[in-house]
Design a protein around this ligand. Structure first.
Ligand code: ADP
Ligand code: MG
Length: 692
């Protein structure tokens, strides 16, 4: 094992770094030699496109070698100074380089000096020009500059790129050979990655672009591999954890369950069911993520799975992240199970102590087949007689830690997670990398989609008039208030204010209700009941309705301050009005939008494909924001990007699974460094007993 000490040395150890420079570097998070080595370029300028002046094309990064034939600066009418340096190439053609308000470049030039200019040329009147070209001084013989690929680093004020390059060069000389190679040699060879020290050289001082990119890929792959090995270990961990009851579904069970649905299941639903049934028939616990866009029919699939468990005299549990959603599921189940003998129970936080005790007793005694509930279900005092299947809706709201607790619910239940947030495949592989994946893309027949329009505040009156018209025709509407701050009190005020305003004003002739997160459960239920039964025309609400609320006649939605919502959230909201017999309408009102919000809202109006939006969201906000870092608990990646580097991620996953099969505990000497790295980074978060 290489001695890592040189990597820990403070940057001040290097030539040219005093306290001031050390502080500047500190702003970039660079404190040690190792930090410098792993301060990777953001991108590269490829200066290898060497041309004669007559071959230049406008707008592309190109390099020209020539001799200085003219040199001068002057003041422009607007007060700026301009430095012009004209070079001529071997064919006598000329190119003018210009610098505005900079004196420094002038010093390096003299007549007859051979230089190379790199930049994006433009044709001006009768000659080629480059603004602020990158300059390299050539020696008398050479035709081409020495640096053909120049790294572009994240910089901070007071740090010149050349200085940073010099420091990195020193750091590599001191510590480069001490960077441990975490990749097992077999995998390194398979992908033709250079050893770590050489790869680092290529990242910082490449000869050609391809070399730099391949070297960078190596570190991205390494980072992904560490993550995927951790996830593979956890997956084995759960699979090895013991035996689950095999719950095979035969044709008789299948027929009995299907009779309960008032519709034929879609192809995608049937495929998901097949995948689930295959897992349920095994004697090790299913670990499956069921993913589908809002309203695509996950709940129906989950009901099917739960009934399979119940057919085998096992219990099933369905957990939702909020009371509203738990009740909604409860009602849906009531619909499907009205004519069945399934004994069922709704267990939420709002049960009285006595009712709760009674419920728990029944669950423990096995007098209940199916339990629907919120997190209250996973509290420690809940004990099942024979829990065969646990279904969790909206997993990402629960987070990793919650999942560990669910395992304690019964001996070893089969486990199905539903999520209505379409998760890009690569992210599903990452955050839920220890789960198998079933996807429903197809919507049930007869859906009409949602028209989404982005409107400005000055059209508010017209918009209200449109809503009034629609309400008069018997439709129902949501008006959604934004998150004003991370404070429930403020959100509440916003919703209450708007409710009061609309009630007195634009919608005084209509029946208006208010629903928000601070209300008591009974009050929430009552409002939802009224809305469902058309005793209300319009519901002013906060994001409480984001998940799962299902009122088919409500086909209109107005989202206030849409710019404050994330894409996933907007998509969830819009899903509320996509369930009816008529096409839904989703209107966005946005205040001042920044560049980001602009991109977001434009993407949102353009497509209703949840997967495309999720990908856009992850791209815009990064993984941490997408799930909330605390929730997924995996931290940010340093080199890799889950969207842009998908191919490498998938490769790393395949390799990790293979590795975990051949050497589950990473005991082979070739795997020891990888093992250390996995444990150092994910041992705690993922509770990696298998290789610990
Ligand atoms: P999700 O849980 O994915 O949001 P649900 O299972 O709640 O979707 O289904 C949404 C709506 O579509 C429900 O009203 C449900 O009754 C209906 N539905 C589900 N599957 C089908 C189907 N195959 N054909 C017709 N309607 C369906
Ligand atoms: Mg649902």
């Amino acid at each position: 094992m290489p001695d890592r000490e040189p990597l820990q040395q403070p940057v001040q150890f290097l030539k040219g770094v005093g306290p001031a420079r050390a502080e500047t570097l500190g702003k970039l998070g660079i404190a040690t030699v190792g930090d410098l080595i792993f301060h990777f370029p953001r991108s590269y300028d490829d200066l290898s496109d060497l041309r004669t002046i007559n071959q230049l094309t406008a707008g592309e990064l190109q390099t020209v070698a020539g001799e200085v034939v003219e040199l001068g600066s002057k003041e422009l009418p607007d007060g700026r100074t301009i430095l012009n340096v004209v070079i001529a190439d071997a064919h006598g053609a000329c190119l003018e380089g210009s610098w505005f308000n900079q004196v420094a470049p002038a010093r390096q030039f003299r007549y007859g000096l051979r230089v190379a200019f790199s930049g994006k040329p433009k044709w001006f009147r009768d000659h080629w020009q480059m603004n602020h070209p990158r300059v390299q001084i050539l020696d008398d013989q050479s035709e081409a500059p020495a640096n053909q690929v120049v790294p572009v680093y994240p910089l901070t004020e007071g740090l010149h790129p050349e200085k940073l390059r010099d420091l990195i060069r020193q750091a590599l000389a001191v510590g480069g050979d001490h960077v441990p190679d975490l990749l097992p040699p077999g995998l390194r060879d398979k992908h033709r990655y250079p050893p770590a020290p050489q790869a680092l050289q290529h990242v910082h001082f490449p000869e050609i672009l391809g070399q730099a990119l391949q070297a960078k890929r190596r570190f991205i792959y390494e980072e992904f591999l560490i993550l995927q090995v951790a996830l593979a270990a956890r997956r084995r961990d759960t699979h090895d954890r013991g035996r689950a009851a095999p719950l095979p579904a035969d044709t008789d069970i299948d027929a009995r369950i299907r009779r309960l649905f008032p519709f034929a299941l879609t192809n995608d639903q049937n495929r998901a069911i097949r995948e689930i049934c295959k897992d349920l028939a095994q004697d090790r616990p299913m670990q499956r993520l069921l993913q589908a866009d809002v309203g695509a029919g996950k709940t129906a699939v989950a009901v099917y799975a739960m009934l399979v468990a119940i057919a085998h005299k096992h219990q099933a549990a369905l957990m939702a992240p909020t009371e509203v959603l738990a009740r909604q599921h409860w009602l849906t189940l009531e619909g499907y199970l009205a004519h069945s003998r399934v004994r069922r129970l709704l267990l939420t936080g709002s049960l009285s102590a006595k009712a709760r005790q009674e419920a728990l007793r029944d669950i423990r005694a096995g007098n209940v087949d199916l339990v629907v509930g919120t997190q209250a279900l996973v509290q420690d005092d809940v004990e099942f007689a024979r829990l065969g299947l646990a279904v969790v809706d909206e997993q990402h709201k629960f987070g990793v830690a919650q999942r560990a607790r669910i395992r304690k619910l019964g001996a070893d239940p089969h486990y199905l997670v539903m999520t209505a947030t379409p998760i890009p495949r690569t992210i599903a592989l990452t955050v839920f990398g220890d789960l198998d994946l079933s996807i429903i893309r197809e919507l049930p027949p007869g859906r009409h989609g949602v028209q989404t329009r982005w409107s400005s505040a000055k059209d508010r009156d017209k918009l209200y008039e449109h809503f009034r018209q629609q309400l008069r025709q018997g439709r129902q509407a949501y008006v959604v208030c934004p998150l004003v701050a991370e404070s429930e009190t403020l959100d509440l005020t916003a919703a209450e204010q708007l409710h009061a305003e609309l009630k007195e004003g634009a919608f005084r002739d209509f029946r208006i209700g208010l629903l928000h997160g601070r209300m008591k459960d009974d009050a929430k239920d009552e409002i939802m009941r009224q809305f469902r039964e058309r005793e209300l025309d319009l519901l002013v609400t906060t994001v409480v309705i984001e998940v799962g609320v299902d009122v088919p006649n409500a086909t209109l939605m107005l989202i206030e301050h849409a710019e404050r919502f994330g894409l996933s959230q907007l998509h969830q909201l819009r899903g509320r009005v996509s369930r009816g017999a008529v096409a839904g309408e989703c209107w966005l009102l946005a205040g001042m939008t920044s560049g980001d919000a602009d991109v977001r809202l434009r993407a949102f109006t353009r497509t209703s494909d949840g997967f495309a939006l999720a990908e856009e969201d992850a791209r815009l906000r990064g993984l941490g924001e997408f799930f909330g870092t605390r929730q997924h608990g995996l931290g940010e990646l340093r080199f890799g990007n889950l969207i842009d580097d998908q191919a490498l991620l998938v490769q790393a996953r395949t390799d990790a699974i293979d590795l975990a099969t051949r050497d589950p505990q990473l005991k082979l000497p070739d795997h020891s460094r990888l093992r250390d790295a996995v444990l150092a980074r994910y041992g705690k978060t993922l509770d990696l007993a298998a290789i610990g």
